[in-house]
Design a protein around this ligand. Structure first.
Ligand code: NAP
Length: 409
């Protein structure tokens, strides 16, 4: 086999993945080490089973969170960000946000510094995971949430602060708008550039995966120049960059009699509150959803609950230059070091990473092994408490059973 090498990005944005890529990992805090060990075992086995000795991942530890603080005195060393940038693809466990120590969320910092503008969250039901839905098998969608702006931009001022007072005075004196003098103030920027790059990525994903539709989720009936503009720019970028491969819902019914032409993606839009009830009542009508930051935050977790909760939900934060795959839940500190929790979120995120690298066989194998292990009724505590007749196993044992399955698939 070749010696290890870095993944690179070509000028057209495609990845060049060597047979032995170096992939940085951040173990994470709390339950991070447990789920990371399990994930690493499963992914090494999937790659070996799929490609024999033809491919192998060379893992490279990079530090963040408590481990980084203990070893370097810094919660998020610059070297870690440089390492992720240089290696293009990375994976991370959950990180604690130290409360009350004046430290920003490490997760948010990583996303902002690396400009990871798309938070991608696939939501697919894995039978027989307990679900509150009557027909959970109808859920199969991918949420593309804008990750850098909206009310998450961090532009806000506390009630009665000097800065809030200045903004309130400006609104009154310069704009003729009156707001209560004791208001806290937040700003909601949504830009054309950031909206278009997010929606373009969502449409490209739908085209690559032959998915039926991309839905623009917004609250533009109320917030016309932010969420409404998101919707308008979404349609614009569909026309500008994918005009020959997309149609609107009006065209679907007006021109094509309701039958989607082969190879075309339908672009539609839905008001946010309405979409929340639609994904419960008619989930099979939604395939890719592109949304501003706040809507996306709510929707991703609500959808994760529909297919079994955050312990089962994979995710990634992606820019044009690098991608970080991560468990969507937190550090669950009360279970730290107990080898107890469900590693599926990080394992499924790693499977997403393999797919992103073009290692589809290993990705599919991971998904199949996970499903058959759960079908056998061997699950961690969180699922065992909801499934009758299931056998509860530890985090590491779940991973070992997945590896055994893989060898037989
Ligand atoms: P959390 O760590 O996600 O845990 C909340 C509860 O969710 C757990 O007590 C457990 O429920 C369940 N859970 C989470 N992960 C699980 C898993 N792998 N398997 C089974 N059950 C799981 O949320 P939190 O307690 O609000 O946050 C703790 C810390 O994590 C905070 O410092 C927060 O800032 C951080 N955080 C980090 C990230 C990230 O790194 N991306 C994301 C969110 C939060 P039961 O108690 O019912 O068993």
């Amino acid at each position: 086999m070749e010696t290890s090498a870095r993944i690179k990005i070509s000028n057209d944005g495609s990845l060049q993945v060597p047979d032995c890529p170096v992939i940085p990992f951040i173990e994470g805090d709390g339950i991070g080490p447990d789920i990371w060990q399990a994930t690493r075992m499963v992914i090494n086995s999937a790659v070996k089973t799929a490609y024999n000795s033809g491919r192998k991942i060379s893992w490279l530890e990079t530090l963040a969170g408590e481990k980084a603080y203990q070893q370097t005195g810094n919660w998020l060393p610059d070297e870690t960000l440089d390492t992720i940038r240089a290696h293009v693809v990375a994976i991370k466990g959950p990180l604690t946000t130290p409360v009350g120590k004046g430290i920003r969320s490490l997760n948010v910092t990583i996303r902002q510094v690396l400009d990871l503008y798309a938070c991608v969250r696939p939501v697919k039901y894995i039978d027989p995971v307990p679900s509150p839905m009557k027909r959970p098998e109808k859920i199969n969608m991918v949420v593309f949430r804008e990750n850098t702006e909206d009310v998450y931009a961090g532009i806000e001022w506390q009630s009665k602060s000097e800065a809030a007072g200045r903004v309130i005075s400006f609104l009154k004196d310069e704009m003729g708008i009156s707001v209560p003098s004791d208001s806290g103030i937040g700003i909601k920027p949504i830009s054309e550039k950031n909206t278009k790059r997010l929606v373009a990525r969502a449409i490209a994903y739908a085209l690559e995966n032959n998915l039926e539709s991309v839905t623009l989720m917004h609250k533009g009936n109320i917030m016309k120049f932010t969420e409404g503009a998101f919707n308008q720019w979404g349609y614009e970028v569909a026309e500008e960059r994918f005009g020959d491969r997309t149609i609107t819902e009006d065209e679907l019914f007006g021109t094509y009699n309701g039958m989607r032409p082969e190879g075309k993606v339908i672009i539609k839009d839905r008001i946010a509150d309405m979409l929340f009830q639609q994904v419960l009542l008619r989930p099979d009508e939604y395939h890719v959803i592109a949304t501003p930051n706040l809507n996306g935050d709510y929707l991703s977790d609500a959808l994760a609950a529909q297919v079994g909760g955050l312990g089962m939900a994979p995710g990634a934060n992606i820019s044009d230059k690098c991608a970080v795959f991560e468990a969507t839940h937190g550090t669950a500190p009360k279970y730290a070091g107990q080898d107890k929790v469900n590693p599926c979120s990080l394992i499924l995120s790693a499977a997403m990473m393999l797919d992103y690298m073009g290692w589809k066989e290993a990705s599919l194998l991971t998904g199949r092994a996970l499903q058959t292990t759960i079908q056998d009724g061997t699950v961690t505590y969180d699922l065992a408490r909801q499934m009758t007749g299931a056998t509860e196993v530890k985090c590491s044992e779940f991973a070992k059973r997945m590896v055994n399955k893989m060898e037989k698939l």
